[in-house]
Design a protein around this ligand. Structure first.
Ligand SMILES: CC(C)(COP(=O)(O)OP(=O)(O)OC[C@H]1O[C@@H](n2cnc3c(N)ncnc32)[C@H](O)[C@@H]1OP(=O)(O)O)[C@@H](O)C(=O)NCCC(=O)NCCS
Length: 155
């Protein structure tokens, strides 16, 4: 699974998407420290132990480097940055029953926007099998010969 490169100086304006999600009761915001265990439970229940570990790193700073999608006071999606490597986006995921509504795109844009505000010029999408999603949402391009990349020594 390759890494991908995103130009943070060319991010799309997704304000209309955020408004549309809000009208469905879905909000996107940076994860707060008191919600750390809730976010980790969501990632463990829906994804993998490796992603829980990466999420722990992203949640360990204040403010955190993890964004969440919330509906009815429940976590329905998450996105991290600066977890396994600095300048990397991911992992990210959305509840299966809520996919296809723009939540993944909104989490991606909120997180990449924060990375740009933190001073990054480019972001790297780490080891992804959904290249089409990143190409479509933010014009990401595949980095040649990038697999397994920074994950080479992962157990
Ligand atoms: C990838 C994922 C986060 C997308 O979340 P989502 O909320 O379903 O995505 P969105 O609804 O925001 O989709 C935005 C656009 O990307 C497209 N898209 C979504 N998943 C795609 C995929 N796998 N390949 C290509 N395009 C995709 C959608 O069709 C949509 O296009 P449109 O606006 O023209 O309709 C979600 O499918 C997921 O959690 N997958 C499992 C975990 C995963 O693979 N995470 C990525 C790890 S790097």
């Amino acid at each position: 699974m390759p890494d991908m490169l995103v130009k943070l100086y060319k991010l799309p304006d997704d304000r209309p998407l955020f408004s549309a999600l809000e009208s469905e009761g879905i909000t996107i915001h940076r994860a707060l420290a008191p919600d750390t265990l809730r976010v980790l439970d969501f990632v463990r229940d829906n994804f993998s132990e490796h992603w829980v570990s990466e999420c722990m790193v992203a949640l360990s700073s204040s403010p955190s480097r993890c964004f969440v999608a919330v509906k009815d006071r429940t976590v329905v999606g998450f996105a991290c940055y600066d977890a396994t490597s600095r300048g990397f986006f991911g992992p990210t995921g959305v509840s299966k029953d809520l996919r296809g509504k723009g939540i993944g795109r909104a989490l991606l844009n909120a997180t990449l926007g924060q990375m740009r505000n933190d001073g990054y010029g480019y972001a790297i999408i780490g080891s992804t099998e959904v290249c089409g999603f990143y190409e479509k949402c933010v014009g990401a391009t595949v980095i040649p010969d990038s697999s397994p990349g920074v994950y080479t020594d992962m157990i």
